[in-house]
Ligand binder design. Structure first.
Ligand SMILES: [Zn+2]
Length: 300
């Protein structure tokens, strides 16, 4: 069984002439790809044909009137909207394909309505985990408000997928997405299931140090294969530090598709031709694709 643990819900059901507004402060994640604003439910479903199950979500923007001046720069992009709208959108897609999709909610730790939205999204909407992007949402992942959310997540057995690592978004604080912070989160919430997205790229080494020591902290391999040196080095480091079993399959659709992520695996060593550099054991990488990620996350 193949589970894609990292996919973004299209913001629209069908194609439309009216584009979703993108802020001018962000460069595209992959300039060579179709604009994510144009992705429809049909596009999503076609890309997911190759997987058995997918975890789907988007990211709640900072709450209206948030006192931090940087928050005003972080609303209105294709993957972010106020929490209620994001969660309603995710839940609508999951309701249409309940056998295939597992929805994660998103909330903001500084939102006064956070607890109510958590109740609504896990209750009426049936969402089963949490997606957070501390850099995109402009919150300190080690703040008291964030810890209050993690405590609720642990109590409700909701796994959290954190965006980790760099981003081209100008006003998204890089430090908030640095993988070293997840170590302290995991020490305070040892039963919380956590996925660190993108192996924390380009800080994969730091991500590896965290997943190595915490039994319930995993990393996904999404959005890495198209940077061949990064992909090779992180998989080689993961091999040497014996954390390949802590890696989960994910695509970050629409940034990449599950099929191209699968197709890239046998090619991880291609850049080694003519060198004496050590190889990544591709058989062990194949195991990531078939990993029982839902059991790892307590969602089976
Ligand atoms: Zn993503």
């Amino acid at each position: 069984m193949i589970v894609d643990v990292h996919t973004h819900a299209p913001r629209r059901r069908t194609a439309s002439a009216t584009a979703v507004v993108s802020t001018s402060d962000r460069a595209p994640m992959r300039p060579d790809r179709p604009d994510p604003a144009g992705v429809t439910w049909d596009d999503y479903l076609a890309a997911m044909a190759v997987v058995d199950q997918a975890i789907v979500f988007n990211i709640a923007s900072p709450p209206p009137g948030d006192p931090d001046p940087l928050s005003a720069h972080l609303t209105g992009s294709v993957f972010e909207a106020p929490a209620r709208a994001v969660n309603d959108n995710t839940a609508a897609l999951v309701r249409a394909y309940p056998d295939k999709l597992i929805g994660f909610l998103s909330v903001h730790p500084r939102d006064p309505a956070m607890d109510d939205e958590l109740d609504r999204a896990t209750g009426d909407l049936g969402l089963r985990g949490i997606k957070l992007g501390p850099n995109y949402q402009n919150f300190d992942p080690l703040s008291d408000e964030a810890f209050r959310l993690y405590a609720r997540a642990q109590e409700l057995r909701l796994p959290i997928l954190f965006h980790q690592g760099t981003s081209p978004v100008r006003f998204a604080d890089l430090d908030y997405a640095h993988p070293r912070h997840i170590d302290r989160v995991a020490m305070h919430f040892p039963e919380l299931r956590i996925i660190m997205a993108h192996m924390g790229h380009p800080w994969q080494t730091d991500c590896i140090t965290v997943i190595r020591k915490h039994p319930h902290v995993y990393a996904d391999i999404s959005a890495q294969h198209y940077r061949p040196w990064s992909y090779y080095t992180c998989m080689r480091l993961a091999t040497e530090w014996a954390v390949l079993p802590k890696l989960l399959f994910g695509s970050d659709f629409p940034v990449a598709t599950p099929q191209e992520t699968i197709d890239a695996i046998p090619h991880v060593n291609d850049i080694l031709a003519g060198t004496a550099l050590p190889r990544v054991p591709t058989e062990e990488l194949q195991a990531i694709v078939e990993r029982d990620s839902l059991a790892c996350l307590g969602l089976d």
